[in-house]
Design a protein around this ligand. Structure first.
Ligand SMILES: Cc1cc2nc3c(=O)[nH]c(=O)nc-3n(C[C@H](O)[C@H](O)[C@H](O)COP(=O)(O)O)c2cc1C
Length: 204
């Protein structure tokens, strides 16, 4: 395979920015996701790729439900916060305004553009991720954010991926890690063939 071409072409894929949330056994959890897509009109379905090592995937399997809130453009910092691993940042939802979705009580972001709640209908192993297919069972747009504004708020969309496998934090001799909301994925970098994969966003 032409690795450079693969990297370039995947760089041209478009992504949105979402909060994937779940509640199980009284515990609420959330993470930032941009590998999210609508997958059917009828019934309405949504697919999301969730990393196998995440806390989120186990909770979704147990709860059989999840919710997807659409970040508004001004919520990049919040996306950065929820994009940290739960090991680095436990209780990520603490201090964030949420409401319970009607079926599973998954916490949806009170200030997002809108949200859908989904019932899991299938999961499929997908390399280091799991594809979760959910049927939409409830949805709401947040009227105050989508109506009556001269400049309606916009969802966050990118034609370059905002998700990077990089930016684990400061390295010896390097400055601090990028600020939250820069789009760098704060999970530990992985080495392939002994080489550190540099982050195209911050070049570290
Ligand atoms: C901009 C951005 C997009 C992300 N998109 C995804 C995604 O689509 N799927 C995923 O599994 N992790 C994604 N991540 C990483 C997770 O948000 C992060 O690893 C997660 O919080 C860890 O999961 P946990 O809190 O459930 O352990 C993204 C991170 C950022 C910063």
């Amino acid at each position: 395979m032409d690795d450079a071409a693969k990297k370039t072409v995947l760089t041209h894929f478009s992504y949105g920015l979402y909060a994937l949330t779940v509640k199980h056994d009284g515990e609420e959890h959330g993470m930032t996701a941009n590998w999210v897509t609508q997958a059917s009109f009828e019934p309405p379905m949504v697919a999301v790729a969730v990393e196998n090592s995440s806390m989120t995937i186990g909770m979704i399997r147990d709860a059989h439900h999840f919710a997807v809130s659409v970040f508004e453009q001004s919520q990049r910092d919040l996306a950065g916060k929820l994009g940290r691993t739960s090991e680095q940042a436990p209780n990520k939802l603490k201090g964030i305004k949420t409401k319970p979705a009607p079926v599973s009580a998954a916490p949806v972001l009170a200030d997002a553009l809108g949200w859908v709640e989904c019932r899991v209908v299938a999961t499929l192993p997908s390399g280091d991720h799991t594809l979760v297919l959910g049927e939409v069972v409830a949805a709401k747009t947040l009227a105050s954010r989508t109506q009556g504004n001269s400049r309606p708020p916009q969802a966050t969309a990118r034609t370059r991926p905002s998700r990077r496998r990089s930016c684990s934090g400061p390295e010896p001799g390097r400055a601090n890690p990028p600020a939250s909301g820069t789009g760098c994925d704060p999970r530990p970098r992985r080495r392939r063939g002994g080489q550190v994969r540099a982050c195209p966003t911050c070049s570290r």
